[in-house]
Write a protein that binds this ligand. Structure first.
Ligand SMILES: [Zn+2]
Length: 206
């Protein structure tokens, strides 16, 4: 599939790896997405490196693995897209103030069990889960799954929001929880222009 989105120019505005992963699709706030930056296994690996989940050496090694076994790469990519769909439902429910389904949470638990089975506890100040030893093509999505669980278990849930102008989700870290847009440069500006035009129309009508 062709995409007009460039995986290495995506706006990382989610404030969390899992939310940024969901933001790899673009479109209006409601209804189906209309573009997808993840066009295949190479795009997924490029996105992971861009989002900081892989360093350049790890990304290059993963690309070679994918080239050696396109079938396995395709399967891992399909799993990543399915996980993205599930996480999308789950976080979109939360952003709308609804509880995710029991099925969605059970699936996330299974995905997290798989992710942790391939992780290692490394000392980074405190100990943290890392996937440095995971050389498999599922590593990118495992890191995303773990970020999703961390957000659910340690985040403030009503800070998980959807942009008013597009389908992007983000974690609102503003002091008074007043963030409404994925980015002031995009949807925020569009809204400012819309209000300006509406105000001018009202003035002209008087
Ligand atoms: Zn937006």
């Amino acid at each position: 599939m062709e995409s007009f989105l460039n995986v290495e120019r995506m706006r990382l505005v989610g404030g969390n790896l899992a939310l940024d992963f969901l933001n790899s699709r673009a479109g209006p706030p409601e209804g189906p997405p209309d573009d997808d930056a993840l066009t295949g296994s190479p795009a997924l690996i490029a996105w992971s490196a861009y989002a900081g989940a892989l360093d350049q050496t790890e990304a290059a090694a993963l690309r070679r693995t994918a080239e050696r076994d396109p079938q396995a790469a395709g399967d891992a990519f399909a799993r990543a897209l399915r996980t993205r769909d599930h996480l999308d439902d789950l976080f979109r429910a939360l952003a709308a103030g609804r509880d995710p389904s029991a099925d969605a949470l059970a699936r996330l638990r299974d995905d997290e069990a798989d992710a942790l089975a391939h992780a290692r506890l490394d000392r980074e100040g405190a100990f943290a889960w890392t996937w440095r030893e995971d050389r498999t093509l599922d590593r990118p999505v495992r890191q995303v799954v773990h970020a999703a669980v961390e957000l659910l278990t340690t985040g403030t849930l009503d800070r998980i929001k959807g942009c008013g102008g597009c389908r992007f989700l983000f974690y609102d870290e503003s002091k008074n929880r007043s963030r409404r847009w994925c980015s002031m440069d995009d949807c925020g500006t569009t809204e400012k222009i819309r209000r300006y035009v509406a105000a001018r129309r009202t003035r002209t009508a008087r």
